[in-house]
Ligand binder design. Structure first.
Ligand SMILES: [Zn+2]
Ligand SMILES: [Zn+2]
Length: 352
């Protein structure tokens, strides 16, 4: 094994990323060394690539970017007990401390000391990554690597879609980026009565239909509020997944929410949002939830079961790219003409 590895790095406070040689990281006794088999690109990585104000305020540098991956265990520290060499694993990207009040209450997804890989500590756009054992998860048997890498973002959608019932419900999904698309597939699998998906990109609306949406509407062409109320006989949506963070989408979909409805916020607005709280929330007796990350390990367990039961995400993986061609990956995401882009730091496997 060489002492160096390929890694995609944010070297300093400026746009872009560079593919460089970095020393192979050492492991501590409670850590696991993983050979990255597949890694997927996220909107967060694009923020870091572009070096926008969010990235400037959050991202350490120099830093290996990337937080979604799966890989093979190639070395375990002396204190590691639950994993062995040769197993395929994924990881909780929010490295939680395990000792703060929230971690001790079983709420590690809101750990007050968390460090996210690819944001505050070295990530997975590299040939290898080292993770603490407490953050590693064994992937379901037989799952292809280009799907196994999606567990981190898919977990966000599992957390959204399973934070309350969707069985027999009319579900409105605002925003069809990857997490919105995943949430459609999950709601369908979990027995939603109807799913209407909303996005401004026709490419994504086609994917939404492929994943089980009964309708895919573009707000540029359709008045979402009047159309949705008409479709539901004036009742509105039992459940809304707020996946986009767009202010107008939030305002419109809160109006579409039924009396006693359940609104789950996931997409992050870039600015303050103005809503009619009295009319659209209080007088409706609505329930609002903020959803962040994945519950450790409840969400991962639910996700493994969904995958074992045949949840089909294959339409979402639209591009497979060698890590060397990372510029192509970022260009695709910048333009929005893709589902999930999967990169391979150790070469594209023959089976993919
Ligand atoms: Zn992500
Ligand atoms: Zn903690």
């Amino acid at each position: 094994m060489s002492e160096q590895m390929k890694a995609l790095v944010k070297e300093g406070p400026r746009p872009g990323l560079v593919l460089v040689e970095r020393p192979i990281p050492k492991i501590e006794s409670d850590e696991i060394r993983i050979r990255v088999e597949a890694t997927s690109v996220c909107g967060t990585d694009l923020h870091i690539y572009n070096w926008d104000t969010w990235a400037q305020s959050k991202v350490a540098q120099p830093l290996i970017v990337g937080h979604e991956f799966c890989g093979e265990v190639i070395e375990v520290g002396s204190a590691v007990t639950r994993f062995s060499v040769g197993e395929r694993v994924a990881a909780e990207s929010h490295v939680f401390c395990g000792t703060c009040r929230y971690c001790r209450e079983g709420q590690a997804h809101i750990c007050e000391n968390e460090k996210i890989i690819g944001v505050q500590r070295d990530g997975c756009f590299a040939e290898q990554i080292v993770m603490p054992e407490r953050c590693v998860w064994k992937t379901p048997e037989g799952l292809p690597v280009e799907i196994a890498t999606l567990q981190e973002p898919l977990g966000n959608s599992v957390h959204v879609a399973m934070s309350g019932s969707v069985v027999g419900k009319d579900v409105l999904v605002m925003g069809c980026g990857p997490t919105g698309l995943f949430s459609i597939a999950i709601a369908k699998k979990c027995g939603a009565r109807s799913i209407i998906a909303v996005d401004v990109q026709s490419y994504r609306l086609e994917l939404a239909k492929a994943l089980g949406a009964d309708g895919a509407w573009n707000p540029v062409e359709v008045d979402i509020v009047s159309e949705y109320m008409e479709k539901t006989g004036g009742m509105g949506a039992d459940v809304v997944f707020g996946m986009s963070g767009n202010g107008k989408a939030i305002e419109d979909s809160l109006r579409c929410l039924s009396r006693g409805g359940d609104y789950r916020f996931f997409g992050v607005p870039s600015d303050r949002v103005s809503v009619d709280l009295a009319r659209d929330v209080i007088f409706k007796g609505a329930r609002l939830q903020g959803i962040i990350g994945r519950k450790v390990w409840d969400t991962w367990k639910d996700m493994s079961r969904l995958l074992e039961e045949g949840l089909d995400l294959s339409p979402i993986v639209t591009h497979k790219i060698d890590l060397e061609d990372y510029e192509t990956a970022f260009k695709l995401i910048q333009e929005g003409q893709c589902g999930k882009v999967v990169m391979f730091p150790n070469g594209i496997p023959a089976s993919s």
